[in-house]
Design a binder for this molecule. Sequence first.
Ligand SMILES: CC(C)(COP(=O)(O)OP(=O)(O)OC[C@H]1O[C@@H](n2cnc3c(N)ncnc32)[C@H](O)[C@@H]1OP(=O)(O)O)[C@@H](O)C(=O)NCCC(=O)NCCS
Length: 225
Amino acid sequence: MKIQEWDSEFFGARIGRAEHEPIIGDERVDCAWLLIPATDYEAIHTEEEFGAEFMDFRVEYARETGPEVGIARPITDHDVDDLAAIARTAFRGLTRFYADRRLPDERCDDLYEGWFRENAADPNVEVLMVGDGGGPAGFVTVKMVPGPEASDVPASIVLIAVAEHARGRGLGENLTRAAVNLAHHAGFPRISVVTQGCNIPSQRAFQAAGFRIESSSVWLHNWYA
Ligand SMILES: CC(C)(COP(=O)(O)OP(=O)(O)OC[C@H]1O[C@@H](n2cnc3c(N)ncnc32)[C@H](O)[C@@H]1OP(=O)(O)O)[C@@H](O)C(=O)NCCC(=O)NCCS
């Protein structure tokens, strides 16, 4: 189990994370976050027997990059506060952090606002946005870690959100296409994105922009304390 220093500090509890290894209690942590392939029923049921609770069905999508038309522009410093406000509320009720009753919703809001702000300040992340006449309406953040070969690590969409009033008009698909285009021009042959199995709008936006599912897993949280 890997101790999650940042998350422990942020949520005020000792949190550990494990992948592909069965964890039956660990006195170093108050809570274990477990990511298990969705096909591994054996491991899922073992964790459930020891008190782990289902939080999220995680799905990963990917596609080859290529030239795409997506209407979006890079953000400026002036856009950050408005877009951070969209990030603060956009993920409510969708992700494993909100699903976990032990993590206060307000703190989850802080998480997504802070995550967006960190992305906006990260030299390895590009942020694109769209407006709808009334101001910033949505954004996508794209992580592109430079390496000797861009193909070493695919580009990835980290966060994407459209303000509630502007949804269902194609902005999400547009932002997704713009992210693909950006990664292509930066020399990345592939791009991936992770979302929640329950998140039909995001999956439809990614599918419409040519992404195909690559893997599925289950997030379980087990609070020992
Ligand atoms: C995901 C999100 C960015 C999509 O933005 P959007 O501008 O509404 O997306 P689009 O208008 O391009 O629609 C994308 C697809 O979702 C469908 N859709 C939109 N809202 C929907 C809803 N409430 N229920 C079901 N389908 C919906 C659209 O019909 C479209 O599918 P189609 O191409 O088959 O018609 C937006 O819903 C959002 O910000 N959600 C909250 C944050 C989030 O979930 N981010 C992704 C998590 S990783």
